[in-house]
Write a protein that binds this ligand. Structure first.
Ligand code: RP5
Length: 177
């Protein structure tokens, strides 16, 4: 899904080119990762979403990461569970910022494996790891990065924050009744 949005630091990137690449290791990750897509859609950020498996399609991983910047992507969101090597390996093949989403993929250690797999990156090759199953925050973080040079996105983020506050305030009012 793509939505027209002014492209930060335009270069030669057409306005409807995806700016965020959402990738995940397996179809089973979709139920978590769609939250990132939904939020990006809400912010009007053009994105692409696909499967890239570090272990099952390693050559596809290299190709995806190495061509990402040239194709116009500005931030990558990578989700994985278990031995969650996707975000770290993608980060090693590109200098685009990579946001990692550890996924609780029903292993006996309930997501701790996913978290540690992407959290402890070596110096020089970071992955910005969000909370377990925290795909929504990955989308917010990606939008915040794009908003550094995009006033419309900055405005959208302010409105989003206000909506979070309003929701809490409405509940407080309800509880008072
Ligand atoms: C990882 O293994 C995927 O990211 C997924 O979270 C986990 C399990 O994959 P499936 O066996 O469900 O395909 O690579």
């Amino acid at each position: 899904m793509t939505t027209a949005v002014p492209v930060p630091n335009s270069e030669s990137v057409p306005a409807d080119t995806p700016l965020v690449g959402i990738i995940m290791g397996s179809q089973s990750d979709l139920k978590v990762m769609t939250a990132a897509a939904e939020l990006l859609r809400q912010f009007g950020v053009p994105y692409e979403l696909t499967l890239v498996s570090a272990h099952r399609t390693p050559h596809r991983l290299v190709e995806y990461a190495e061509t990402a910047r040239k194709r116009g992507l500005r931030v990558l969101i990578a989700g994985g569970g278990g031995a969650a090597h996707l975000p770290g390996m993608v980060a090693s093949f590109t200098t685009l910022p990579v946001v990692g989403v550890p996924i609780n993929s029903a292993t006996s250690i309930q997501g701790l494996d996913s978290i540690l797999s992407m959290l402890q990156m070596p110096a020089g090759v970071p992955v910005a790891t969000v909370a377990l199953d925290g795909a929504a925050n990955a989308a917010v973080l990606a939008t915040q990065m794009l908003a550094l040079s995009n006033a419309r996105l900055q405005d959208a983020l302010e409105k989003y924050r206000t909506s979070l506050k309003d929701k809490v305030m409405r509940t407080i009012e309800e509880l008072r009744k």
